[in-house]
Design a protein around this ligand. Structure first.
Ligand SMILES: Cc1cc2nc3c(=O)[nH]c(=O)nc-3n(C[C@H](O)[C@H](O)[C@H](O)COP(=O)(O)OP(=O)(O)OC[C@H]3O[C@@H](n4cnc5c(N)ncnc54)[C@H](O)[C@@H]3O)c2cc1C
Length: 361
């Protein structure tokens, strides 16, 4: 069945100069990597399904084309953007020549997954966090499973902020130079889609631009938000969780949303002593332990020692880690070497410590 018949929103673009076989091989490899179902695979078409909609890669008159279909306009945009990035990586000149069929009618508009949020209040909460309560324009795309977003913040000294818009080929044009937007990722701590009320918690750390912004933010001020994106509530009833402060809001969401029969352990790492006070919901199936950050053993290394008695491929609990990049790399390398199924773990770098004497990556 064609994507037009399956989905309300659809767009397509030729991929001139990119051999169909190359596109097909790349897409099948990515489908395998991310466990995406392959709906159709012939020598003329490969169609894959995602949570947001489907991609169909077609050979028409000897030229590779891609068609994208989705039930929502903002999801269609996310799929198009992700594909544009993939093609630009694979063949930059083809990426630059892509022209989406719906681009002209949308040129100049803001990207469908971008909105403004208006600050209601910022309060200090226990644990060294600032809690932001804001009014969003539309939270309908934040399904219970979609808990992360990016802020889009102009430099505080900029008198006239600039915001992203869509080009006449359908790509997003982000402000550059002094108008560059800072776009850190945060977690929906609480929300009400009916009223647009959005709550998120910022771990205060020295030199953090978001910390600085939140300390100064006045009720009524506006910043941008894109999302949702990335990760969500793990679909499991057995899980071992490791997180430093940046992951505490996500841990809170997970404990609140996992079913009553779920069982597991939570290890919270404190880079700052006050963060032991961060409010977490109680879950009867979970024990929570705390530890102070240890420069000789990052959180990933700790998780590995905990796993030592559990042979990798037979892991009966999901492993979830959100912490500094080095901890994520340590654990990811171990799980890969042990052959642990990717569905059995979520390991994410939530922030990057600057290299000694160098700049943050
Ligand atoms: C999926 C996801 C969800 C996240 N959810 C949250 C959340 O809900 N709440 C939250 O507080 N964070 C969260 N984070 C982490 C947050 O995005 C990063 O900490 C980000 O760097 C913060 O940006 P900033 O503007 O504060 O710092 P920047 O201005 O970008 O960086 C300034 C300096 O601060 C350093 N830095 C960044 N984070 C820390 C830290 N935690 N401790 C010490 N130094 C740091 C940087 O290395 C840099 O040197 C999340 C990250 C991801 C990927």
């Amino acid at each position: 069945m064609s994507l037009q018949d399956q989905f309300t929103f659809e767009a397509q673009t030729p991929l001139p100069g990119l051999p169909f076989a190359t596109v097909q091989a790349e897409i099948l490899a990515r489908a395998a990597q991310f466990d995406l179902p392959v709906v159709t695979n012939t020598d003329q078409e490969t169609q894959i399904a995602t949570d947001y909609g489907n991609y169909s890669f077609l050979l028409r008159d000897g030229v590779a084309h891609v068609q994208v279909g989705s039930s929502r306009a903002d999801w269609l945009y996310v799929l198009k953007e992700s594909l544009s990035d993939t093609i630009a990586e694979l063949a930059p000149e083809v990426g630059a020549a892509m022209a989406w069929s719906d681009a002209q009618e949308q040129a100049g508009r803001r990207p469908p997954n971008f909105q403004f949020i208006t600050i209601r209040e910022v309060t200090q909460i226990a644990g060294g966090f600032l809690r932001v309560v804001a009014d969003a324009e539309d939270l309908s795309q934040f399904t219970p499973d979609a808990i992360h977003f990016r802020l889009a913040m102009p430099d505080a000294d900029l008198s006239t902020p600039q915001w992203p818009y869509l080009s006449d080929t359908g790509l997003t044009v982000w402000p550059k130079g002094e108008a560059l937007l800072h776009r850190p990722v945060y977690t929906v701590r609480d929300m009400d889609a009916a009223t647009g009320r959005l709550v998120f918690d910022i771990f205060e750390h020295d030199g953090g631009r978001t910390t600085e912004w939140a300390r100064r933010a006045q009720p009524g001020s506006q910043i941008g938000l894109t999302g949702p994106g990335g990760g969500g509530i793990p679909q499991t009833t057995a899980i071992r969780i490791y997180a430093d402060e940046t992951g505490f809001p996500a841990v809170a969401r997970i404990l609140a949303d996992l079913p009553a029969q779920a069982r597991g352990q939570v290890v919270l790492e404190h880079t700052h002593p006050s963060s032991t006070g961060y409010p977490l919901p109680e879950h009867p199936g979970f024990s929570v332990t705390h530890r102070t950050a240890d420069p000789d053993q990052n959180l990933g290394a700790l998780a590995i020692t905990d796993l030592d008695d559990t042979p990798g491929p037979d892991l009966d609990q999901m492993i979830w880690l959100a912490a500094e990049k080095a901890a994520a790399q340590t654990l990811r390398a171990h799980l890969k070497a042990a052959g642990v199924d990717s569905k059995k773990h979520y390991v994410a770098a939530y922030w990057t410590r600057p290299a000694a004497g160098g700049l943050e990556s």
